[in-house]
Write a protein that binds this ligand. Sequence first.
Ligand SMILES: Cc1cc2nc3c(=O)[nH]c(=O)nc-3n(C[C@H](O)[C@H](O)[C@H](O)COP(=O)(O)OP(=O)(O)OC[C@H]3O[C@@H](n4cnc5c(N)ncnc54)[C@H](O)[C@@H]3O)c2cc1C
Length: 461
Amino acid sequence: MPTVAVVGGGVTGLTAAWALAQVGIEVILLEAGDRLGGVIRTDRLDGVPVEAGPDAFLAGDALVSLCSSVGLEEDLISPDVFGAYIWSGGRLRRLPPGVVLGLPAWPVQALREGLLSPIGALRAAAEVLVPGPLRGGDVSVGALVRRRFGREVLEGLVDPLMAGRRAGHTDDMSLQAADAKVDGLARSHRSILLGIRRGRRSGELSGEPPPFLAPRGGMERLVDALTRSLRGRLGPGCIRTGALVTRVSSRREGFTLDLQGNGPLDADGVVVCLPAPQAARVLLGLSGDASRELEGIPFASTAVATFVYPPASCVLPPHGSGFLVPSSEGRALAACTWYSVKWSASAPADGGIVLRAFVGRAGIDPALSLDDDGLAALLERELGDALRPTAPPRLAQVTRWEDSLPQYRVGHPARVARIERALEGHPRLALAGAAYRGSGIPDCVAGAEVAARRVLNALAP
Ligand SMILES: Cc1cc2nc3c(=O)[nH]c(=O)nc-3n(C[C@H](O)[C@H](O)[C@H](O)COP(=O)(O)OP(=O)(O)OC[C@H]3O[C@@H](n4cnc5c(N)ncnc54)[C@H](O)[C@@H]3O)c2cc1C
């Protein structure tokens, strides 16, 4: 029976292992840390489950069927509120519903909310006059939006939605990788605005809030359910924590994996489910070209601070689950979620208010060099400016995620194609994870399933 090693025990590695386990081969999952789940972690704070990393995933067939296959189908819940605000000019302003990549289908709505000045809204509306469509290779989100919609749309709407959430910079962010839909619209329509409106009318582009889901009780339940199912199917030895893979090298018809502090492991196939910098290191001996290209995908660091405020101490605006902050505001805070409003099932019993604050801007964010107390104090001040709580938080916790958010720079899809070409000579090895075709959990799950299939096909007699 062939053995496949899966390297990395985040959601990508767990999904790849589960996909491989369905066909009755031997699977060994190797995770460097002492816990599984990677950036998915649910803590207990003030008596309730609170996420330290992701708090939901976009509902899609692959993910819902993965949840069903591990017995979570009855336990998926949606956020209690949708909608977002933008903190700009000292006020929280409602983000018009149905924006695509931050581009307003009707600039006048953003004008009404105070998100664009009259001149900014006029400039955005004049997009229909800018010559198009887009031709040639990949461009940056910043270059496209600035040229077609003007600076205000870029800085006030697109930056907080795209760059803020991904700790990136719109001026080097690949449009093709960041939003293939908008890239497609820019290439197929003379005007993106008209393309969005046409897409809305035909139903191709939804104006509805995207359907997010999470397991009741926290995201870590997905990790636990996958782990339990894997052990149930393959036996307890199929998962090894504390197993840091330092090198993958090829041997006749298969691979040898070197493990730090442990003997080597032979496998007939390998699925590498690591962030790009780690994947670059372990694959250096196998393919220098793939390794160099992987090194060219930078990962940014981020931190999440969770605050619990006393009951009734903050008045949170209705119809929203949080706010985003444009980089041009010069704040450390990139976004804030009103967690106990968004997930009322996880609200403290006494009505305490849970807020999650996100930090991490493009490049090296000076806020991240503060120690935990300093960072919490800075974020508390900034939250105070935005929400004017009447009492200080009764609890604060900072979680740091080093090198956790991949940066898709201009030309990213072509780089991914080069990596895959460089590894073509090793059909029994596949890569999956946030570094390649989308960093959301559904993208990671889809990538893991494709990678598992590639290795299985190559192993098939
Ligand atoms: C703060 C934050 C919030 C997010 N919010 C959302 C959200 O709400 N919704 C959403 O869809 N996505 C969200 N994402 C993105 C998504 O969570 C991640 O892209 C995804 O979970 C990555 O999973 P992964 O398994 O590919 O990588 P990781 O979770 O990074 O796991 C990689 C694993 O590999 C292990 N490892 C590293 N090196 C080695 C080695 N040499 N040998 C063995 N093991 C090794 C690590 O210890 C780790 O466990 C968020 C990400 C962050 C950081």
